[in-house]
Design a binder for this molecule. Structure first.
Ligand code: F6R
Length: 242
């Protein structure tokens, strides 16, 4: 596990983006799994400012989606990624596989996404964030790390915090997500964490015993994990840890 501590969110985003670009250059046809949410937005923005960045050979697999929503729903995970990443980088539709949270058959959505990953071999880079409850994707506290893609009841804190993605109060109860077993097979994981409000969860995932009750702790055993923190997120950890 490597930990990079930046002074600012901008520096965190730039470093993670540059590291991702360097990594992608070494892979013929990379498969990237991008989280949505506030934290990786700076990294995606940095991608879009790199004029010479060639991404036509990159493919993308969705990390998660709210059940009952698809990319046309404002506030959905795909909606945000279309605006921040896929649209600005002109990624063609056939290079993207994403959960359709409006599908009648959600198990089939899970099968499709797992097949897409298999067809590409494996995820080369998962760009992840973390919830205040330690969730990874929508792998909520208590989720078995043996699960692959699955449908899940959302934790109360996730439902509350997720309201920031919507213009109006929106009822969300369920999510569809890559499982930890799928994510742990990724070759590289970049876990981005920003802001003083995340300082406590950073301390907990680095210092507490690894447990399904705190999914972020389980990533520590991944050999290709890099954690990117800014000063706010790193505020409660010892300098030697960083
Ligand atoms: C988003 C996702 C979530 C977020 C996490 C942090 O696709 O899977 O696990 O990464 O909730 O969200 P932000 O970055 O908005 O604090």
């Amino acid at each position: 596990m490597k930990i990079f501590v930046a002074d600012t969110y901008e520096e965190l985003s730039r470093q993670a983006a540059e590291d991702a670009i360097t990594l992608m250059r070494s892979i013929k046809q990379p498969l990237v799994c991008p989280a949505s949410g506030d934290t990786p937005a700076g990294l995606y923005k940095y991608f879009t400012t790199k004029k010479e960045l060639a991404v036509s050979h990159w493919s993308f697999v969705g990390l998660d989606e709210w059940v009952g929503m698809d990319g046309n729903d404002e506030g959905s995970c795909l909606f945000h990624l279309k605006n921040q990443l896929f649209g600005p980088l002109h990624i063609s539709q056939e290079k993207i596989c994403f959960f359709n949270g409006r599908a009648n058959d959600l198990d089939k959505e899970c099968d499709n996404i797992e097949k897409f990953i298999q067809q590409h071999g494996t995820i080369d880079l998962a760009i992840l964030g973390i919830g205040l409850n330690g969730h990874i994707g929508m792998n909520e506290p208590g989720t078995s790390p043996a699960l692959r893609s699955h449908v899940t009841e959302l934790d109360p804190l996730t439902k509350k915090t997720a309201q920031k993605y919507f213009k109006e109060q929106t009822e969300i109860t369920t999510g569809i997500t890559l499982g930890l077993a799928t994510l742990m097979e990724a070759k590289h994981i970049f876990l981005l964490i920003s802001g003083a409000h995340k300082a406590n969860i950073v301390k907990r995932i680095l210092e507490e015993e690894a447990s399904a009750q705190l999914p972020g702790t389980l990533l520590r055993s991944h050999p290709g994990l890099t954690i990117y923190l800014d000063a706010g997120a790193a505020a409660l950890i010892q300098p030697r840890t960083a």
